[in-house]
Design a protein around this ligand. Structure first.
Ligand SMILES: [Zn+2]
Length: 358
């Protein structure tokens, strides 16, 4: 069957426009004006994106199976104590799906690339809220349950998702042009101008995802690393939390350092570059995070039901719904300038003039 598929030509970094360049990845680029069909067919040939796509597409089905099991077979929707787990599992399905779609269709055009990754960032920000919701109801240490921090934890995490999505989307424009900045000022009033420097872009993206992740994990860090004496929830689940935290730190390290391809540019273009490892570590971390919260949910349920804040629509499904709506609005606000005529023309100009091939 593969022989029936016409394999697309792949290109070097010198043959594609700058907007498609990945640091230290020299070869394996797809055509910068691929059709949707070409993008889908590229899943079955080796390019520098193939493993990025599959490392998130396959886990999507694993988390979907877990969600369906909880919703339908365990009838979780009838039991409000299970709602936080459902929100978390939904976020675990959406973020790898959005990522695999973004990596698949990102070579259709420069603006398609930006919009694809806006959705990717929105989905990651939703995942950070899913983690906060599930921690709030199952993983908080006994000592902190019902504290002021606990009461404000989900509202702050919800606000963080807005900051996260805005910062991450904004970070894509380090190579942008004045026209884009002007339009962003019109649509989003609160930002001051940033230097057009790739390192600022990277810094903003790390901040965008690092900050909500660190905030979400405050109760967990306290529980497993700092807490002493009574009320520390020192149980068997902590080993799963350690595994998740270790993998989360490794994921952040890979994203920030771009190792190993930085040490040998061109040697890891197809297999083994940092973004693939980042995907794999992220998914493994999510897997252990899911096991940990499920175990906490089951083993701590009697105590939490008696002592903690009761689960309601307003503190579980409601914030999730709000996060989805607000993130979609933010993505639309960032996408509108890209879809307008003058900027689209500017992008076309850049595409045709900043490379040697197209
Ligand atoms: Zn990715």
């Amino acid at each position: 069957m593969l022989s029936l598929i016409k394999l697309q030509r792949v290109f070097s970094i010198y043959q594609v426009p700058k907007v498609y360049h990945e640091d230290s990845i020299i070869s394996g680029y797809r055509h910068p004006r691929s059709s949707a069909t070409d993008c889908i067919l590229s899943l079955f040939q080796m390019t520098n994106e193939t493993l990025n796509i599959w490392t998130h597409f396959l886990p999507t089905w694993y988390f979907l199976w877990k969600l369906v099991t909880v919703v339908l077979m365990q009838q979780g929707w009838q039991d409000s104590f299970t709602w936080p787990l459902m929100v978390f599992l939904l976020s675990c399905c959406i973020y790898p799906l959005a990522s695999s779609c973004a990596h698949t269709f990102s070579t259709m055009s420069p603006r398609a690339r930006h919009i694809c990754f806006f959705f990717d960032y929105g989905a990651l920000s939703f995942y950070s809220l899913g983690a906060a919701v599930v921690y709030s109801f199952y993983a908080f240490p006994d000592k902190w349950v019902n504290s002021s921090f606990h009461q404000w934890y989900i509202p702050i995490a919800t606000a963080n998702t807005v900051v996260c999505t805005v910062l991450a989307c904004y970070s894509r424009y380090e190579r942008g042009n004045d026209l884009f900045h002007l339009k962003i000022y019109i649509y989003i009033f609160s930002f001051s101008r940033l230097p057009e420097n790739p390192s600022f872009s990277k810094f903003f993206r790390i901040l965008a995802f690092g900050y909500p992740c660190l905030f979400d994990n405050i109760p967990l860090f306290y529980r497993v690393f700092l807490c002493t004496g009574d009320g520390c929830t020192d149980n068997d689940t902590n080993i799963l939390h350690y595994k998740h935290i270790g993998l989360a730190l490794l994921t952040g390290f890979l994203f920030a350092t771009r190792l190993p391809e930085r040490l040998a540019p061109g040697s890891f273009d197809y297999i083994g570059h940092s973004h693939q490892l980042f995907h794999v570590c992220g998914i493994l971390g999510t897997h252990f995070q899911m096991l940990a919260v499920e175990q906490d949910m089951v083993t701590r349920r009697p105590w939490l039901t008696a002592n903690s804040i009761p689960v309601s629509f307003a503190n579980s499904l409601g914030p999730a719904l709000l996060c989805v709506v607000v993130n979609l609005i933010i993505i639309c606000l960032f996408s509108l300038p890209l879809l307008s005529g003058p900027l689209h023309n500017a992008l076309k100009y850049n595409e045709h003039n900043k490379c040697n091939c197209f």
